[in-house]
Write a protein that binds this ligand. Sequence first.
Ligand code: FAD
Length: 371
Amino acid sequence: MVLSGLMVKRLQKKAKKTQHFNQILLGFYLCGRMISEVIQTDLCIVGAGPVGLFAVFEAGLLKMRCHLVDALPQVGGQLSEIYPKKPIYDIPGYPSILAGELVTNLMEQIAPFKPGFTLGERVEQLNKTETGYQVITSAGTEIQCKAVVIAGGLGCFEPRKPSIANLEAFEGKGVAYMVLDPEKFRNKKVVLAGGGDSALDWAIFLADVCSELTLIHRSGTFRGAPESAEKVFELAKEGKLRLVLNAEVKSVQGSNHLEGLTVSEADQESDHHIQTDYFIPLFGLTPKLGPIADWGLNIDKNAILVNTEDYSTNVPGIYAIGDINTYPGKLKLILCGFHEAALMAQSAFARVFPEQKLSFKYTTVNGVNAF
Ligand code: FAD
């Protein structure tokens, strides 16, 4: 899915909201490629975490175009997904910066180089072509590039699936673990489950979208942000959503599509039935290396072995930077990933422009020349 209105909304929410930020995103949205055809680019970057984003800047300085793919529906990797509101203290030049704010700044910094984005899709296959690589995502999006940069961090974040009878049988038929397009739920009956930020944020958002919305949580209090929890209680009072607390979903039922679920409440003697079109358990995400393990790369303990001269892998034309790689002395830090991105770009230049000689220039001398 190319950066869409939903992605823009989620990104706005997860990162700092500023007018400038909105303009940057709008820029990406408008120049974003509404893709049904094959995407052509110089570098395909797998992973839009901080390191993948900064790689766009280093590549852009050398006139290389980039397309980023991320399995998550927003950019920022661990910073957006795990700790957007935490301050980071070891980014050079920033005594302290919120993780979400760093992502916003990176998006601003790479805006002149007009990267393309495919979000909410996992890269499944890399195939060698005459001129570079063909990259295929879980949704069938095809990207043709001259080199691949894997900035996959800890791997793909995969949803934690609760143990509920029949759940897997209804995946894609009413059971979903992420909200990729809220419009799908317009005027539908929806049940959410969970007590973290994701469950609260989506409960607030979907309260105006669904014909009937229920939030089920196994405790009486929420783990997510207190202001979001307060808003959810307010919406429940206003009758915009139904809260079922101290309760657990036991099983889901339906024929071709989900039709309902059985809920057990702590203070009720017998289980009861809720009719619904969709059930979305939001119990967090866990990282898994996923398809990266199948691309013929040398792997050591879930990380890709690289040459520290240019962060190339054992497969020519494939680089690995950031948390996903390993080498003697590796530190999984953002600033180390930024350094790796700079060296990778110098090496990738020779693949993208084999007939050109690279002359090293400072940005203070050359500036940032937008595409
Ligand atoms: P990530 O941020 O992990 O992003 C990788 C992205 O790749 C993910 O979005 C993932 O969905 C995507 N991906 C993976 N596989 C695929 C695939 N096959 N297809 C599509 N997409 C894929 N570091 C510091 O320097 N300072 C700190 O203070 C600091 N504090 C931290 C606090 C916490 C709580 C945590 C969890 C980490 C902290 N870190 C800190 C570490 C820092 O977050 C990581 O070093 C950084 O996120 C690595 O960036 P990355 O871009 O390499 O990977």
